[in-house]
Design a protein around this ligand. Structure first.
Ligand code: KG4
Ligand code: ZN
Length: 342
């Protein structure tokens, strides 16, 4: 009989619970987003996020069991992301996971949330094809991972400052948009050409496989200030409003160009013919089409998940855990939460 895993993800501001059969069949995958809960504060308030997870998690667990038409007794293991994220949020998921594993007397498997993002691809495209280069563009992390096998990999590049997603969210905020900024910027990038303004492409040809996005964010801030501080304020503001679409499109073009160039360059240098893209920012249709086009041009096999599996979800977490379960890699009830480790 196929194994059944129940997985929890409460790393940041989304509460997600999933049930997986075998290594990749999603029986249920439900996510509650808290974005609106934090809107009036202009960002995620950690204590509020923990409370919200606590309020909804048991409802979500009941709902996934119902959707999968399963009893608790059928669960073979409990998966939980125990790093990285907000400590209070992680502890809610971890405590619930431990209680379940203890009560059901089944294995507990802790998962690194960022490392689980690429597994969104396994859910839709089938088993991972190694060796592979993963680009993970999540809200707080931008990583290039060279994977030789499931548990044999190396982080070969990361952002030395802001993650790409963080930069996109902050720039969208400069223009008055609430979190998440990605969808707004992506819409502008689809509508306008992206080459009307020339914004920086930091570290594009430098610093190996590492990224940097804080310089681009600062360039956008300066650009905005320049127009705001002008003596012809109204006229300039008018220009900013009218030009907002092309400005955001050009900004995002810089982000896409850097991600695209550095990823394909790293794949070329490492001799890798498989590339996977994942993480919330990968939900961008602009980024998706840029990667599809380049992969086709270079004859590289690209694994790209649908938008619904790019953003945070417990199915990808459970999918990685299913591979750990198959390899008999279990944790025990001493498992801890680690906010900062990737
Ligand atoms: O992976 P994720 O859901 O959360 C973390 O693990 O951090 O990524 C969140 C990021 C944010 O920067 C958000 O603006 C972006 O994903 N995002 C999108 C879209 N939906 C979320 N970016 C572009 N297009 C979207 N549709
Ligand atoms: Zn994530």
């Amino acid at each position: 009989m196929d194994t059944i895993g129940l997985g929890l993800d409460t790393t940041f501001d989304d509460t997600s619970v999933a049930i997986l059969r075998g290594k990749r069949e999603i029986l249920a995958n439900l996510t509650l987003s808290q974005y609106q809960e934090h809107e009036e504060f202009g960002g995620v308030v950690p204590e509020r996020a923990s409370r919200k997870h606590l309020e909804v998690i048991h409802h979500l667990i009941s709902a996934v069991l119902k959707e999968a038409d399963l009893e608790f007794s059928r669960i073979d293991y409990i998966a939980v992301s125990n790093l990285p994220g907000l400590l209070g949020s992680l502890l809610v998921g971890l405590t619930v996971a431990k209680s379940l594993a203890y009560t059901l007397q089944c294995p507990l498997i802790g998962v690194n949330h960022v490392e689980s993002h690429p597994y969104a691809n396994v859910l839709v495209h089938g088993e991972m094809q190694f060796p592979i280069l993963h680009l993970v563009v999540a809200g707080g992390h931008t990583l290039l991972i060279h994977a030789r096998d499931h548990f044999d990999y190396e982080i070969i590049g990361r952002s030395v400052d802001d993650a790409a997603g963080e930069c996109v969210d902050k720039v969208a905020k400069m223009f008055g948009y609430q979190m998440p900024g990605g969808p707004v910027v992506d819409r502008a990038a689809l509508e306008y050409s992206g080459d009307e303004y020339d914004f920086p492409r930091p570290l594009m040809y430098k610093n190996g496989h590492n990224f940097s996005f804080s310089g681009l964010k600062t360039a956008m801030l300066r650009f905005r200030e320049k127009h705001h501080d002008s003596s012809v304020l109204n006229k300039e503001l008018q220009m900013l409003i009218q030009e907002e679409g092309p400005i955001l499109a050009s900004f995002f073009q810089s982000v896409v160009d850097v991600l695209l160039y550095k990823t394909f360059k790293a794949a070329e240098e490492k001799g890798l013919k498989n590339i996977s893209v994942s993480g919330g920012l990968a939900a961008s249709r602009k980024l998706n089409s840029a990667f599809e086009k380049e992969a086709k041009r270079r004859g590289v096999k690209l694994f790209y998940p649908p938008a619904s599996l790019c953003t945070d979800n417990a199915a990808m977490v459970t999918c990685l855990a299913a591979h750990r379960f198959a390899a008999q890699q279990f944790d025990d009830l001493t498992l801890d939460a680690y906010p900062n480790i990737v």
